[in-house]
Design a protein around this ligand. Structure first.
Ligand code: SAM
Length: 318
């Protein structure tokens, strides 16, 4: 596979994520009133275990993100790496949990699509304008910059370019910073993803990194997952770093992070609010609980912290 084809296949993965999130939220697994503006139709039915898997992913990531925002009293910034068509900015605005500034990075073509949707859909543009004070809103084809929300087109494998662009848009390295990557690092080689994680540790003295992706990929079920992705010509250069929860943690511990933890999603699922889990388990009948377990055991959340300001970031957990 040549690299353009595989990059294109990686860019297309953001549609998969959005389509699955759109479907699950349409079934009331969680509320997302904004995702409809990024994918028009609800699309074909997804299996209940897929919907529960996305539920665990969205709730798990939100749990750590919201805990960080509360711990820092929103006096912080968030950088979503490989954000795709993610709608977190609008959720945080609605829930009064907006950080000082919310950054997103993705390939320029993905960013261009996102910006086009924002420009043309008032429910998306209105909250952005409401959080902006001057008339200097920058909105061109490949970047958006307002007081509180900034979207940047960049390749995460080119760290110096990434760093330069973020600084151009008033990134403040001294502010407590949450970095998020959700199903992104797996598409890079282990040395490229280590570079991202290392850059983050070097740049931000007070920070938390949250990474969601595959884990336990060397067993039979993991091999089948890899084959399915490869069939779609996706370059899974990073699966080596997804061998175990320990390899996930080591990536952070080897690159300057003070502490790191990792849980598989079956464990996370069992630690989410159980009244809400009971609610979503009533939404659709699931025949094979074993399949759900297998699936959830092959995804993980890994998080790492550095805490120069001694805010107590190492206490953030499930
Ligand atoms: N994080 C979003 C979510 O969970 O809904 C999107 C996930 S999607 C599976 C992976 C995203 O990472 C895509 O939007 C893709 O374009 C982006 N991505 C992968 N490699 C990248 C790179 N080298 N530079 C910038 N973005 C990248």
């Amino acid at each position: 596979i040549d690299s353009d084809t595989s990059d294109e296949a990686v860019r297309a993965t953001c549609d998969d994520a959005t389509i699955c999130k759109r479907f699950a939220s349409s079934k009331s697994y969680w509320k997302d009133p904004y995702i409809q503006y990024f994918v028009r139709s609800v699309g074909e039915r997804k299996a209940p275990e897929i919907n529960r898997g996305y539920y665990a992913r969205v709730q798990g990531v939100n749990h750590l993100l919201d805990a960080f925002l509360r711990k820092t009293q929103c006096d912080c910034q968030v950088i979503n790496l490989g954000a795709g068509l993610d709608t977190t900015f609008w959720r945080l605005k609605d829930e009064n949990l907006m950080p000082r500034k919310f950054f997103e990075v993705d390939f320029p073509t993905v960013v261009a699509r996102k910006i086009h949707n924002i420009k043309t859909k008032p429910p998306l543009s209105k909250p952005l304008i409401e959080t902006h004070s001057t008339d200097s809103l920058l909105l061109d084809a490949h970047s958006l910059d307002s007081d509180r929300y900034c979207i940047i087109g960049a390749d995460l494998r080119d760290i110096s370019n990434l760093d330069e662009k973020l600084k151009k848009f008033q990134l403040n390295p001294e502010l407590p910073t949450l970095l998020l990557s959700e199903c992104v690092l797996v598409y890079m080689t282990p040395s490229q993803s280590s570079n991202v994680v290392h850059w983050a540790a070097e740049t931000f003295p007070t920070a938390m990194f949250v990474n969601y992706e595959q884990v336990n990929m060397s067993d039979r079920f993991g091999q089948v997952m890899i084959e399915n992705l490869q069939r779609r010509q996706c370059n899974l250069a990073g699966v080596e770093a997804c061998q175990s929860l320990d390899t996930q943690r080591e990536r952070f511990l080897k690159t300057g992070w003070e502490q790191s933890d990792a849980l598989d999603m079956m464990t996370v699922y069992s630690m989410l609010r159980q009244d809400d889990v009971a609610r979503i388990e009533r939404l659709e009948f699931l025949d094979e609980r074993e399949l759900l377990q297998q699936l959830l055991q092959h995804y993980s959340i890994c998080w790492a912290t550095k805490d120069k300001l001694k805010l107590g970031l190492s206490q953030l957990a499930f």
